[in-house]
Design a binder for this molecule. Structure first.
Ligand code: ADP
Ligand code: MG
Length: 342
């Protein structure tokens, strides 16, 4: 068995050139949507990718799929360099990596029946399912996502938001992918259906052995379905580790603040320290703060934080969690002389 990860992302960067009208003059500026993100994901694992709206989660997903070309960095899928793939290899890669989008009203063609929608990927990847088997396979997929075979001949308009998201999930897994990227899959749904769709994605993952990247602005949403948690802020990964470890022992002040905003157990609340309410807006990714990007909203920030950008790294050799902070929680005693005043 090789211990090569299913997905390896190395220093991935996506900068957009945008109009810059600051100071009354017209010019161009760089918007750092994703700015040097690295992580590994093992087969069958779920990564919950969280952070406020605008911090680069969707751009990260689009770049690693090459739906938009990254500015720099590397993506390896089962060891293969995604950015060096030929058209044919890319087609194969996109069969293995499927996406479920936020808006189940926009992502399904209203003029096609559910059966046609689910079978659509088989018209692109022709070797997957022979046409004679389409009807039976689409029925099985509908059943997998909790819908009934008689729904096959209906149109998306005849379904609720939650049911449409089920159809989107059936279509995504129709090609037996190894990685499913769900970008805010429940954000457009009523709260009452959100848990059903989350559970469905989790069940489907276990049934099919998929790895999942679960993107949400809400840590509470991803927590119960994630093995790993990645916390993003202004295009950077601030903390990356096992779900239980990140919740029980958040190292980054931004993670502490996110945990403060979701309902957690009393033990976790105590571990997380005092409740932190984030104040101030997310700074612009065009001109992110110098040094640590979170320092303008951070209650532990010191002079060093404005000068040097902290690297994402483990605090010591057997720490499973990586953090990008000069003053992570629980590590204050190891940096004498640099202790921030509370
Ligand atoms: P999230 O998914 O975390 O809400 P996004 O990845 O959508 O964040 O956006 C990250 C940043 O990149 C935002 O500031 C957004 O305005 C900007 N952005 C996204 N797409 C483009 C684009 N095509 N051109 C310019 N800026 C973009
Ligand atoms: Mg997004």
């Amino acid at each position: 068995m090789s211990d090569e990860p299913l997905l390896r992302v190395e220093n991935l960067t996506k900068h957009y050139v945008v109009d810059d009208t600051r100071g009354g003059r017209r010019g161009a500026a760089l918007l750092r949507a994703v700015d040097g993100v690295s992580f590994d994901l093992a087969a069958g694992e779920t990564l919950g990718l969280v952070g406020e709206s605008g911090c680069g989660k969707s751009t990260l997903a689009q770049t690693l799929l090459r739906l938009v070309e990254p500015t720099s960095g590397h993506v390896y899928f089962r060891g293969q360099d995604v950015l060096a793939m030929s058209r044919r290899e890319l087609k194969e890669f996109r069969k293995h990596v499927q996406v479920v989008f936020q808006d189940p009203f926009e992502s399904l063609n209203p003029r096609k029946t559910v059966g046609q929608i689910i079978a659509e990927p088989w018209t692109i990847h022709r070797d997957l399912v022979p046409k004679s088997k389409w009807r039976i396979r689409t029925s099985e997929l509908l059943e997998l996502v909790g819908l009934r075979p008689e729904h096959l001949d209906r149109y998306p308009g005849q379904f609720s938001g939650g049911q449409r998201q089920r159809i989107g999930i059936a279509r995504a897994v129709a090609v037996a992918p190894q990685l499913l990227i769900c970008d805010e899959p429940v954000s457009a749904l009523d709260v009452s259906v959100q848990a059903q769709i989350l559970n469905l994605i989790h069940d489907v993952q276990l049934e099919l052995g998929l790895a999942v990247i679960f993107i949400s602005h809400d840590l509470g949403v991803v927590r119960h379905v994630s093995d790993r948690i990645g916390v993003m802020y202004l295009g950077r990964m601030m903390e990356y580790g096992d779900e239980s470890d990140v919740f029980e022992r958040p190292r980054h002040p931004y993670t502490e603040a996110l945990i403060s905003s979701v309902p957690v157990s009393r033990a976790e609340r105590q571990a997380a320290g005092p409740r932190r309410i984030l104040t101030g807006d997310l700074p612009s990714p065009v001109n992110p703060p110098s040094g640590c990007r979170f320092r303008t909203r951070c209650w532990r920030a010191q002079a060093l934080c404005a000068e040097e950008e902290p690297l994402l790294q483990a605090q010591h050799a057997d720490d499973p969690t990586q953090v990008s902070c000069h003053f992570p929680s629980g590590a204050l005693s190891t940096t004498p002389g640099l202790q921030p005043s509370q």
